[in-house]
Design a protein around this ligand. Structure first.
Ligand SMILES: NC(=O)C1=CN([C@@H]2O[C@H](COP(=O)(O)OP(=O)(O)OC[C@H]3O[C@@H](n4cnc5c(N)ncnc54)[C@H](O)[C@@H]3O)[C@@H](O)[C@H]2O)[C@@H](O)CC1
Ligand SMILES: Nc1ncnc2c1ncn2[C@@H]1O[C@H](COP(=O)(O)OP(=O)(O)O)[C@@H](O)[C@H]1O
Length: 329
């Protein structure tokens, strides 16, 4: 069974046909650098597993290359599992920051990456080691996914000119609102009561694309576009599956950025596509029973293959609900 489109009057359901339009098969003219390179700055001495899960997920979604930019001790764990991963700085088309880090470590890493030139630009070929100064960013700053401990950096990243996708669960979004002194969505219960409005409010407040995780995934843009993805199975509600989503999202966004797309619509479509792949991978990994986050990550590759196969024979009517022209509440 595939994730069912939602039929009520909330964010537009993001369909398999919509998502298939976001992914591309590699062609004869491709090499690893044309397909998108993901930079992963995730994991910590406390949570090395989050880095392993994100790396497995990013690779199984099919990037040209994955660079691991996190702590050395965590890099060893990532490389032991996935030798395909390239450690150390270099050019990337997207940066994923914060899974498996606390806020203090995420901030330290962010300042270090910024100093090393993370903002150098998607179109021109962003280079996390380019040594450009840490001043005002240009419009071509590399897209950034802020997860877990890095969510509070959204203001800084947007202020620096990065296209940003922030990926909170309800508790993390409530904490972000509470820290900003905005009471309406300052509790987990308040976010869970109106998740779509909470995501939209945050997108407008911080000028970033918001992917709010939960039993359904809500994506919102600062201009009010809303997309929704239903989960395939509630077995997905287990530790580490969010780290998997962040890695998958990194690869989808790197592929879009490599094709020159990192505007808010592209980020939102990439976010909804990653959520849909994640939901489908959960069904494949679960088979009706418990799933492990690492198995979920592994199942992303067949989920990508299925979606690309679907693209060939998708009915045009299936793409009707992509939310581009919907009014906002
Ligand atoms: N394998 C790994 O390395 C994993 C690492 N993870 C990382 O762990 C970090 C913390 O993530 P969380 O979102 O869990 O944040 P927290 O650990 O801050 O927990 C969120 C909230 O849940 C509450 N809570 C904790 N245990 C509870 C329980 N047994 N019953 C009820 N409430 C409980 C806490 O009091 C807190 O308010 C993130 O950096 C994340 O990426 C997680 O993704 C899980 C897997
Ligand atoms: N009740 C649920 N049913 C289905 N999926 C869920 C449910 N609750 C959470 N999820 C999904 O599980 C993942 C959990 O992510 P997250 O909370 O970041 O966990 P972690 O930090 O442990 O990786 C998200 O993709 C979220 O959408």
């Amino acid at each position: 069974m595939s994730p069912a489109p939602h039929r009520d009057d909330t964010g537009a359901p993001w369909t398999r046909a919509d998502a298939a339009g976001v992914l591309v098969r590699p062609g004869p003219g491709d090499h690893k650098y044309t397909r998108g390179v993901v930079g992963l700055c995730t994991g910590s001495a406390r949570y090395p597993g989050a880095a392993v899960l994100g790396a497995e997920a990013a690779l199984r979604t099919g990037p040209g290359m994955l660079r691991y930019l996190g702590p050395a001790e965590t890099a060893r764990a990532v490389l032991a599992r996935r030798p395909e991963c390239v450690p150390g700085p270099g050019r990337v088309q997207v940066l994923v920051l914060g899974s498996g880090m606390d806020a203090a470590e995420a901030r330290r890493r962010w300042l270090g990456l910024r100093h090393d030139g993370t903002r150098a630009g998607a179109a021109a070929g962003p280079d996390v080691s380019a040594g450009t100064d840490g001043g005002t960013a240009g419009a071509d700053a590399v897209p950034v996914v802020l997860d877990a401990g890095a969510i509070g950096l959204v203001g800084s990243a947007v202020g620096d000119g990065h296209p940003v996708v922030v990926t909170p669960h309800a508790g993390e979004l409530a904490a972000l609102f509470a820290q900003a002194g905005e009471g309406r969505f300052g509790t987990r219960a308040a976010v869970e009561a109106e998740p779509e409005l909470a995501a939209l409010t945050a997108a407008r407040r911080w000028g970033a694309v918001v992917l709010l995780k939960g039993a359904a995934t809500h994506v919102a843009t600062p201009r009010g576009r809303r997309l929704r993805v239903e989960v395939g199975t509630h077995w997905l509600a287990s530790a580490g599956t969010g780290d998997v989503l962040a890695g998958c999202l990194g690869t989808v966004l790197a592929s879009l950025a490599a094709r020159g797309r990192s505007d808010d619509d592209a980020l939102a479509e990439g976010a909804a596509t990653a959520a849909l792949l994640h939901a489908r991978a959960a069904e494949l990994a679960s088979g009706g029973g418990p799933l492990l986050a690492l198995e979920l990550a592994e199942a992303l590759a067949p989920a990508v293959a299925e979606l690309l196969t679907h693209a060939a024979d998708a009915a045009p009517a299936e793409t009707a609900g992509n939310g581009r022209d919907r009014p906002t509440p």
